[in-house]
Design a protein around this ligand. Structure first.
Ligand SMILES: Nc1ncnc2c1ncn2[C@@H]1O[C@H](COP(=O)(O)OP(=O)(O)OP(=O)(O)O)[C@@H](O)[C@H]1O
Length: 254
């Protein structure tokens, strides 16, 4: 594995140390170690079945790891699951909304589930921040795919989490919505939020992520910046860099 040069020098908001996950005899994650800084967007990419969603689900406290240690803001996941959950906003791959309810009703229901009292004014402001201000009283079933994705992100932010875990949040949506979501994530990181972002989109890796990690068959093949990836692979085009990191024959060289 190629490591970023900054990995030994900074305090991390998220520390993942040798985390494994087994389903029966199958290993979905094998001793994965990753560290993420405050305000950073870490991209997570890899082929289907590489273990990306499993890793995010462990960080979101929804899946129990079979081994290893996760430390979030200095707290061990094993010991402080509830506290850690309150710091995490999780945007799942599937839209987690009630179709027959309005935007307002969805936001109110999600805010109830967070256990934090949130006023309608605050929910409206959040709605506005994802460009859904005109949709407050609209049923979710009448929203476009991109609008639903934006609302899916907004509900994950209701309890003001410090960390946002996003599982392909822009899949299948138009370019403009993608760009708006990208700009919004950049704004959140400028405010100090830390993001792990699963994507298969090279443009998102380049435009949004400070560093990226490549997972393959449950193991980290690379973590670092695109510049470090270019050096490690000795490739000049970004497409060739990613291809080489994902290609098994080439990985044996690391
Ligand atoms: N609940 C489960 N029970 C059994 N096996 C599972 C379960 N969840 C995931 N797996 C297996 O773990 C492996 C990793 O799956 P995961 O969904 O984490 O991959 P992924 O990288 O997110 O894939 P994709 O890009 O297709 O979303 C796969 O082989 C999958 O079949």
């Amino acid at each position: 594995m190629v490591k970023s040069s900054v990995e030994c020098e900074v305090d991390y908001v998220i520390s993942i140390e040798k985390v494994s996950k087994r389903y029966g005899r199958k290993k979905s994650l094998n001793k994965v170690s990753l560290h993420v800084k405050k305000g950073e967007v870490l991209g997570l990419l890899g082929p289907n079945g590489a273990g990306k969603s499993t890793l995010l689900s462990i960080l979101a406290t929804l899946t129990k790891p079979s081994g290893g240690e996760v430390v979030i803001n200095g707290q061990r996941l094993k010991k402080a699951k509830k506290h850690i959950r309150s710091q995490i906003g999780y945007v799942p791959q599937d839209i987690a909304l009630w179709e027959e309810l309005t935007v307002k009703e969805n936001m109110r229901l999600w805010s109830k589930m967070t256990g934090r009292s949130v006023s309608d004014d605050e929910l409206k402001t959040l709605c506005k921040s994802v460009q859904l201000e005109g949709k407050w009283s609209e049923k979710v079933q009448n929203l476009s795919g991109g609008m639903k994705r934006k609302l899916n992100i907004a509900v994950a932010l209701i309890h003001k989490p410090a960390i946002l875990l996003m599982d392909e949040p822009t899949v299948g949506i138009d370019l403009q919505s993608k760009m708006e979501i990208g700009r919004y994530i950049q704004k959140l990181t400028r405010e100090g939020k830390t993001v792990i972002y699963i994507t298969h989109d090279l443009n998102e890796i380049l435009g949004l992520c400070h560093r990226f990690a490549v997972l393959k068959e449950g193991e980290v093949q690379f973590i670092g910046t695109m510049e470090e990836a270019r050096t490690a692979t000795r490739q000049h085009s970004d497409e060739a860099v990613i291809y080489q990191l994902l290609h098994p024959a080439v990985q044996r060289g690391y």
